[in-house]
Design a binder for this molecule. Structure first.
Ligand SMILES: N[C@@H](CCC[C@H](N)C(=O)O)C(=O)O
Length: 297
């Protein structure tokens, strides 16, 4: 009898409904092409996700080997079109949740290597009823390059703030989130030279004091229900717009950022560190048919 070759284990998870296919590959043996990632993230022909998280030991990945003494695990993040991104804020929480579930990390502190550097993560203890605790990530400092940026969707244009959270963002404050339209296509961002590798675009409205809401069009994934790095970029842009800079006042500042898929709480500290707190959920696990994957690769 012809036995089918063994399949590839995967999990599915999300953070505020920014969803990911998780592929454990501790020894870095998998060669996942951009086409295979896009197929896995396809919501009809594949598993479906806004992106893919490959879980690799830092020592086993050429981009992370130098970080192996600081962080055992490397988050190899890919967008749903197969492109590579430096960092994913919701992804890093889901990655930590996977490590916890797999018995590779426990409640407490953990370091995870990413293409944007090492991120320190804190997993809160589960509640008395077993509900998973929230996860807090030190997302590093925001960089705010000088220069005017404009975001355009159809007839609408807005001035935007250029914010880099390890990956690039343009943050536009708008009167109404509906003004961004259906976001099927990527918004135009000018000057293009401000973002040589593309950009994630956030549209933001105020909900109350230190409370904002956003929609996001992600580079490589389209409109998603949440973006962790985007929420951090929005928080910093909102704080500066509100005349708040913790480096100047010496006091941390905290904003609530609502996303279509939930809520994130973002704090900025006087040393510049931006801290994001939110949920992370593993939804399912299964096995990918190796013949299907080989055809996709
Ligand atoms: N959803 C992510 C961001 C993922 C990467 C982004 N699309 C990019 O290309 O920079 C998040 O939660 O931060």
């Amino acid at each position: 009898m012809n036995r089918a070759p063994q399949g590839l284990p995967f999990l599915k998870g999300h953070g505020t409904e920014n969803d990911f296919v998780i592929v454990p590959d501790p020894d870095g043996r998998l060669d996942l092409s951009a086409a295979a990632v896009a197929r896995l993230c396809d919501r009809r022909a594949g598993i479906g996700g806004d992106g893919l998280l490959r879980v690799v030991r830092s020592a086993a990945h050429p981009e992370a080997a130098a970080l192996a003494d600081q962080a055992e695990w490397f988050m190899d993040y890919r967008n749903s079109d197969g492109s590579i991104a430096e960092m994913c804020g919701n992804g890093v929480r889901v990655f930590a949740r996977y490590l916890e579930r797999a018995g590779l990390a426990g409640a407490g502190d953990l370091a995870i290597a990413t293409r944007a550097g090492v991120r320190r993560v804190h997993l809160a203890k589960p509640g008395p009823d077993g509900t998973p605790g929230d996860i807090t990530v030190d997302m590093g400092s925001a960089v705010l390059p000088e220069g005017e940026v404009t975001v355009t969707v159809g007839e609408h244009s807005w001035p935007a703030r250029n914010v880099n959270m390890g990956n690039p963002h343009a943050v536009a404050f708008v009167a109404d989130l509906a003004d961004a339209g259906n976001l099927y296509d990527a918004p135009q961002v000018r000057p293009a030279a401000a973002y040589p590798s593309g950009v994630n675009v956030e549209f933001v409205v105020d909900r109350g004091p230190r409370h904002v809401a956003l929609r996001v069009h992600e580079r490589g994934s389209g409109e998603t229900r949440s973006c962790g790095t985007g929420a951090c970029a929005v928080m910093v842009a909102a704080a500066r717009r509100d005349g708040v800079d913790p480096a100047a006042t010496g006091s941390p500042v905290r904003y609530t950022v609502d996303v279509p898929g939930g809520r994130l709480v973002i704090a900025e500290h006087p040393d510049g560190a931006v801290e994001m707190t939110g949920p992370a959920v593993i939804v399912a696990e299964g096995v990918i048919d190796p013949r299907w994957l080989a055809a996709a690769n």
